[in-house]
Design a protein around this ligand. Structure first.
Ligand SMILES: C[S@@+](CC[C@H](N)C(=O)[O-])C[C@H]1O[C@@H](n2cnc3c(N)ncnc32)[C@H](O)[C@@H]1O
Length: 234
C-alpha cells in the first residue's frame, strides 16, 4: 500500500477513535506485556518499537524493563500524540518509514513490532531493514496479524485497511522464509488466535464499528490470526 494511503487511513479512521484507547492491536496491554515478557530485555538497553502508533507499547516497555525505547511511526499525527502522552525521558518518537529508517547499522540492542506488517507490501525490505539496525545476536519480537487458512475470504474494512487492495496479509510459512532471508533465526512462535478471540469477545461492546466487527469475524473464521514470534539476528 502506498504510504500516503496508510497515513490517510490512520488519520481519518483510527486516530479520532483511538485517542481513548491508544493500543492499536488485539488484546491491548495484556498482549504487549506478553510480547515483552518473551524477550530478554535488560535495564539500559536501547530498543526500537517499529510502527509505534500512539506509543503505549514503547512507554510500557520503558516502565517495565527500564530500557530506552525509540518509537518509529509513519504518521506524524501519531508521533505528536505519542510525544504529548509521554513524560519519560527514556522514550522518544521519530516520524519515518520502517522501509527506510534513518538509523545507522546496528544501532539497537533489540526491537519489537505490533500489528504493522499488514500495511506493508514490501515485506522483505521491512525485515531486512529491521535486521540492519539491530546488533548481531539481538532479539526481534513481534505480534502481528498473519493470513489464515481462509485468507481469500477476508472481509474489509479492517482496523488497518479500508479495502482488500490496501491490506497485505502473509502466511506464516512465507513470512518465515522472508525472516530467514533477512538473517533472523526463529526462537519461538505462537499462534495467538485463542487469546485474540477471547480478548475481542470480552471487549465487543466497546468496539461496535464495522472494522472491529469484521476483524473478530475474520479471526473466528480463520481468515487471519494474530501470531507472536521471537527471533534473533544471526
Ligand atoms: C495497527 S497500528 C499499530 C500501532 C502500534 N504498534 C500499536 O500496537 O499500538 C499500525 C501502525 O503501523 C504504522 N505503519 C504502517 N506502515 C508503516 C511504515 N511503512 N513505517 C512505519 N510505520 C508504519 C502506522 O502508522 C500505525 O501506527
Amino acid at each position: 500500500m502506498k504510504e500516503s494511503v496508510v497515513k490517510d487511513h490512520y488519520i481519518h479512521n483510527i486516530l479520532p477513535r483511538n485517542r481513548v484507547t491508544d493500543e492499536l492491536h488485539i488484546g491491548a496491554r495484556v498482549a504487549t506485556e506478553y510480547l515483552l515478557a518473551a524477550m530478554d530485555l535488560r535495564p539500559g538497553m536501547t530498543v526500537l518499537d517499529v510502527g509505534s502508533g500512539l506509543g503505549a507499547a514503547a512507554r510500557l516497555a520503558a516502565t517495565l524493563y527500564d530500557i530506552n525505547v525509540t518509537g518509529l511511526d509513519l504518521v506524524p499525527e501519531f508521533c505528536e500524540e505519542a510525544r504529548r502522552n509521554t513524560q519519560d525521558e527514556r522514550v522518544s518518537f521519530i516520524c519515518g518509514s520502517a522501509l527506510a529508517m534513518d538509523f545507522s547499522d546496528e544501532s539497537f540492542a533489540a526491537a519489537f513490532m505490533l500489528h504493522v506488517n499488514m500495511n506493508i507490501q514490501e515485506k522483505q525490505k521491512l525485515f531486512n531493514e529491521i535486521a540492519r539496525v539491530l546488533h548481531k545476536n539481538s532479539q526481534f519480537a513481534f505480534y502481528e496479524i498473519l493470513a489464515g487458512t481462509r485468507a481469500g475470504e477476508m472481509v474489509y474494512p479492517c482496523p488497518w485497511a479500508g479495502r482488500a487492495e490496501d491490506s497485505f496479509l502473509i502466511a506464516p510459512d512465507d513470512l518465515e522464509n522472508i525472516l530467514a532471508d533477512a538473517g533472523f533465526v526463529i526462537e519461538k512462535k505462537e499462534n495467538r488466535r485463542d487469546f485474540g478471540l477471547a480478548a475481542m469477545e470480552r471487549r465487543q461492546a466497546d468496539y461496535p464499528e464495522q472494522p472491529f466487527v469484521n476483524l473478530l469475524e475474520n479471526v473466528r473464521e480463520n481468515r487471519c490470526a494474530p501470531w507472536q514470534y521471537v527471533c534473533r539476528k544471526r
